[in-house]
Design a protein around this ligand. Sequence first.
Ligand code: 5GP
Length: 176
Amino acid sequence: MGKSTIVREVLRRTGAAYSVSVTTRAPRADEVDGRDYCFVDRPTFQQKVRDGELLEWAEVFGQYYGTPAEPVRQAVASGRTVLLDIDVQGAVQVHRQMPGATFVLIAPPTDEALRRRLVGRGSEDPAQAQRRLAAARTELEQAERSGFYTHRVVNDDLETAIEAVVAVVREESAGR
Ligand code: 5GP
């Protein structure tokens, strides 16, 4: 019950648009190019950065991730709510450029739960899982400190977490 499950359900229930990120990391077995991510090689990613095509971008574990700016601008211009599933480094950049955006922190109920989820996922080797755990802890601290995550949803019970994010999206959509 990760972030991506919450995001998928929130999109289904609210009709919000999803910002498909560009990444240099390899697709996982169940991921579809153009739906979950646009998978690109490093030169292509770097070219997008140079061309100013990305609203924000960040390097996570040696892989690049970024948000194409144009689809977000178009969706916002047409009055739609757009959901971005990005890390804190990216959120800092979006916050600078779009101070009116709403930031939701999805937090694990406990540190032990976070550890179980990341180490127990089994989709990567243990050393990599440990690195992800350390990074996730640091990220949570940074997000708490940043001050712009005005909503904090504890990812304990999946349905409760989904409904909490749905409520934020509805509030946000009604507010414009
Ligand atoms: P994963 O590789 O597990 O799909 O994602 C790793 C991390 O990268 C997650 O925290 C995810 O939210 C973040 N991420 C995904 N897309 C983007 C993006 O476009 N920009 C930034 N800054 N982070 C992203």
